[in-house]
Design a protein around this ligand. Sequence first.
Ligand SMILES: [Zn+2]
Ligand SMILES: [Zn+2]
Length: 192
Amino acid sequence: MLPLERRKRIKKLILERKNLRISDLSKEFGVSEMTIHRDVKALEEEGVLTKTFGGISLVETDVNEQQKNHCTYCSRAINEKLAYRLILTNNNIEVTCCAHCGLLRQQQLGNQVIQAICSDFLRQTTISAPLAWYVTDTTLHMGCCHPQILTFEWREHAEKFVKGFGGKIYSYEDITEVLLKKMSGTFQCKNH
Ligand SMILES: [Zn+2]
Ligand SMILES: [Zn+2]
């Protein structure tokens, strides 16, 4: 069975049963627990399920549709292309409209956040936020929050983007501080 097919089936099972054990899945599909762990990781990144001790649980969507499709920080409608997700210690997932709100919300929640996920602006691949590159001050405006922050998986792509649309590239370590300074109006461009 192809991994994609197996993941689809696991997804179906978890929706039906809500809780599953890794060892049972391994037996059911006739693959190693290691393989199941890899499948689970992929589904976890999709926000479908969450890992528990020795097993997995369905991520309960107890929030109503309204909340689900709106940024938890600014209430703006979610544009999947820009969305930034926060996975919390209580297994809840918060979706924010863009990296701007995501980073601010993350700052607010502190160590309640176990994982942050955003997507590559060009390829729409999922990236773990600490590994992403953040572009500010570009001339391309997406109509979300200001100051605007776009996320890229590869620095090389961010550089090419900046060549075309202008802007500056920051790492995860620097971007929150840059954003906070920009918002408080004390940010000064190094070239000035
Ligand atoms: Zn927002
Ligand atoms: Zn936004």
